[in-house]
Ligand binder design. Sequence first.
Ligand SMILES: C[C@@H](O)[C@H](NC(=O)OP(=O)(O)OC[C@H]1O[C@@H](n2cnc3c(N)ncnc32)[C@H](O)[C@@H]1O)C(=O)O
Ligand SMILES: Nc1ncnc2c1ncn2[C@@H]1O[C@H](COP(=O)(O)OP(=O)(O)OP(=O)(O)O)[C@@H](O)[C@H]1O
Ligand SMILES: [Fe+2]
Length: 578
Amino acid sequence: MRVLGIEGTAWCASAALYDAETDSVLIESDPYEPDSGGIHPREAAEHMSEAIPEVVDRVLTAAEAEHGPDAVDAVAFSRGPGLGPCLRIVGTAARALAGTLGVPLVGVNHMVAHLEIGRHRSGFDNPVCLNASGANAHLLGYHDGRYRVLGETMDAGVGNAIDKFTRHVGWSHPGGPKVESAAAEFAETGSGESGADSVADLLDLPYVVKGMDFSFSGISSAANDAADDGVPVEEICFSLQEHVFAMLAEVSERALSLTGADELVLGGGVAQNDRLREMLAAMCEVRGADFHAPEPRFLRDNAGMIAVLGAKMAAAGDTVEISESAVDPSFRPDQVPVTWRSGESVARGRAGGGPGTAGRDSEADRRGAEATVTVEGTGGDRRVIKRREEKSYRHPELDRTLRRDRTVAEARLTSEARRAGVPTPLVYDVDLANTTLTLQHVGERDLATALDERRTEAVGRHLARLHDAGIVHGDPTTRNVRVSPDRAAAARGDAEGAETSGESSAAPETYLIDFGLGYHTGHVEDHAMDLHVFEGSVRATATDPEPLIAALESGYESVGDDEVLDRLRDVADRGRYR
Ligand SMILES: C[C@@H](O)[C@H](NC(=O)OP(=O)(O)OC[C@H]1O[C@@H](n2cnc3c(N)ncnc32)[C@H](O)[C@@H]1O)C(=O)O
Ligand SMILES: Nc1ncnc2c1ncn2[C@@H]1O[C@H](COP(=O)(O)OP(=O)(O)OP(=O)(O)O)[C@@H](O)[C@H]1O
Ligand SMILES: [Fe+2]
């Protein structure tokens, strides 16, 4: 099969021919380069209306010269997300071409194409995908017929966050490559010390990770302020990259840890950055995961990725009638039914006690995303030694600060939460020099391996109590809740657990752990975000998440503030794919 793909969501007018038999891709692109500032939607659309017919014509001419008049079996186009005026031009061109050639039309989600091209080129079976593009930044994992959003930016896309700074200092669009070369220059020369091992100095910029979600708005503003204060621009570029890419590497590691996946693919325009690729490769190497980033021509916006996914969709019969083929500027990747692949969830055997959970849940040493955990002692005296490991991928200064601050936060908040009536482990010892905590061993397994409604309801109550005390957890996932087998309830054959029926006679059975990302706040938004993070981790792993989430919310409602649940809907509905 041969598919002609058309891309034009924002800046890159592109057409491509993918030949599935030979696995070859011909790409013809014509970028829009704004004279000043960022991308102007009207100018971009004008560019598309001129450039799309030209690139399509070049590809079609080459295809017909080689394969004759029946060279193309289907036409695929980017249906969204992107700028409406640009998308409409692409849609119109694709419909007209499919009609003229008398072949089916395939509507492709641009973000899923950024993911699938990496899966295709790497040959990986079931990777987690980090899309690092201009307008977006998110982690995707396949689960139950969809690509689920495991984590995403809470505000700007990663490229836009970088470009916002370069616009501020008067550099032309796109800023990403210029930041990369300025940062590389500073990395060579910017150390206060000399010597082969010296590392360039780092500015202190905001680093915001909440579970697998993250935010760039603070860091863009702080970088702009630093420039206004006269900090050399190369130095800001270096620190900006070190912070932003460390955040992306950290959330990617969390996603690998949560799902148990051992493959990561990278996509999107920012993925052309060597420093980002280096960090992700280093992170994966330490974890024993495989990492792949396709060649640059498949990373920046391009029609090759649209044609490749288009061919997979067409082969699965996933074509679209012209009357149904309207574009969608806010098309989310998790709206796409994944018709072209089958198989296992990315969270293989990690949820609901499926295969593989028994081994994982044995009480041997284990490595979370941040720390290694060793269990010492036996029976009721078991202790957990939790050491936050050095992360070789990130700048040593940032690494030290994060590990130290999180160890302090975890020790404090674990105890404060306990005093607020939330079951947490006792903290026996804090060794800051080694960023190590000694904690009471609690529960028998992670909630991820024993998800049920009664337990998510308990998590709802615990989070409400925590929030009421002015604390957020910061990373409430199904791996950061420990649970005990509910023997009392099983014996009674009764749905109510020991926790609610007999607090005094039975130990609580649902504990919150891992408060390293927690902090004090009374803001409704922060509280809602905590619930959002937990719901995301349930959705990423559970086969039937809705009843579990309903139970969480009803648990929360029984103790906490209704306003938080209202805000949660806003957080969930906020469309970030524009
Ligand atoms: C919806 C669609 O239109 C949008 N496309 C898009 O953002 O173009 P893409 O080619 O994936 O990414 C462009 C971004 O990638 C950044 N970029 C390019 N080369 C870079 C580099 N070497 N280092 C850092 N950023 C880089 C640019 O600064 C720009 O912000 C998207 O995928 O979100
Ligand atoms: N106090 C404890 N009692 C029993 N088990 C624990 C305790 N603390 C940690 N564990 C086990 O170790 C695992 C990793 O611990 P933790 O979540 O604190 O580390 P982490 O590296 O921060 O993990 P992540 O960032 O992936 O959530 C937990 O999922 C849990 O299985
Ligand atoms: Fe893109």
